[in-house]
Design a protein around this ligand. Sequence first.
Ligand code: ASP
Ligand code: MG
Length: 448
Amino acid sequence: MRVMKFGGTSVGKPEAMIRCAELVEREIKIHGEKPVVVVSAYSKVTDLLLDAAKKAVRGDIEAPYAAVAKRHADLLNGLGLDEQIGQKNLSELHDLLRGIHMVKEVTPRLYDYVASFGERLSSKCFAALLRKRGHADAEAINAYDLGYVSDANFMNARPLPETYENIPKAFEAHKGKLVVITGFIAKEKNGDITTNGRSGSDFTAAIFGAGLGVDEIQVWKDVPGVMTADPTLIKTAKPLSRLSFEEASELAYYGAEVLHPATMVPAIKRGIPVRVLHTFDPEAPGTLITVEGVSDPAHPVKSIVYKEDQVLINVRSERMLGMEGFMARLFEVFARNGIVIDMISTSEVSVSLTTDITDEKRLAALNKDLSEFSKVDIQRDKCIVAIVGEGMKHTVGLASRAFKAVAAAGVSLQMISQGASEINITFLIDNAQIPNTIKSLHQEFFGQ
Ligand code: ASP
Ligand code: MG
């Protein structure tokens, strides 16, 4: 059995959703069995919902609600489906927005409840489309009705271990049916709806894939797979045929539009391959992600990725840096201010750290606390560039090739680090230097 996950763009318009239905039918034909389908909300609808929750506090309810209802209606109408589909969900959403206005407050718990309607609507629409196409047994089911129980960490919930035992049991009742599951959402033990973080539907696909012990998890995207670089910057970027889980996790972490980083974990644990496929070119092999990667000695670097809008924090303290306890104190200040550290490098007299937290207030508080025992300099608009590949473990001279390429582009490096896994080299540049840096690196490692 296989899991097929379709993202927001893939189900966001009638023609695209029909394409997904054809892919499901293709899968049934090829493998002679029904896949388990996981869907995201229609593209941008999660944003609309979160916005509606926020605006409801001030009593601005009707227009944001109508924007969501319209997206759903456009899909139903465009596909010639019954207008009643999802109406109960929509009226529940409307009541909920009014409730938020009454209490004049929206909490993470309520954000999740509101956001859940995106996937609850899209799954119903997709199942109805499949029924219309002759799959009478197609049924939309909420992930939490199929055994997915999460912790109560709203907006970033994780499955409780029992989820993996619950899922196969819950599926017994739906054996042989064409099941369409809501991505992104779960319920915690008390029955409140949670979400597993933005772009979390991939994660849901991996959880169900792991729970059911499937042969493969297919993530269908509107790109040909994981690419050698951002194709919007590099026209000659190519899809990668193979990646290891470790490489894919690094790439996801550094912002590659690949997969939700945590997606990998349930799949890795069971050794289930994940395949990223192209909705509009299903015959193309896509990118296969497995525990053991394959590295090509001619291409030790697999991909170049970047994460923009980072903040660089330089901390200098001539007196204290070498002293024991200094780092502990430093990290304690970051933790106290809720600032997550990404890159770090140290010298005799200074420590440089980066974070993607850009919130003015928090950075000001951090600055104040650090200034009590050191000189602080905070710089914005930085970008982390990472070159990633298993082959880097065994190849000498890669760092120098990378740095030469960056220098040739006239870009200065502000921080350099290599992770313990040795499959990436990361460095910091200015946001403004992204295009020339990536182009020069792509030329160096991929020859175009
Ligand atoms: N609909 C959710 C989001 O937009 C989850 C997903 O698309 O994977 O973040
Ligand atoms: Mg998405």
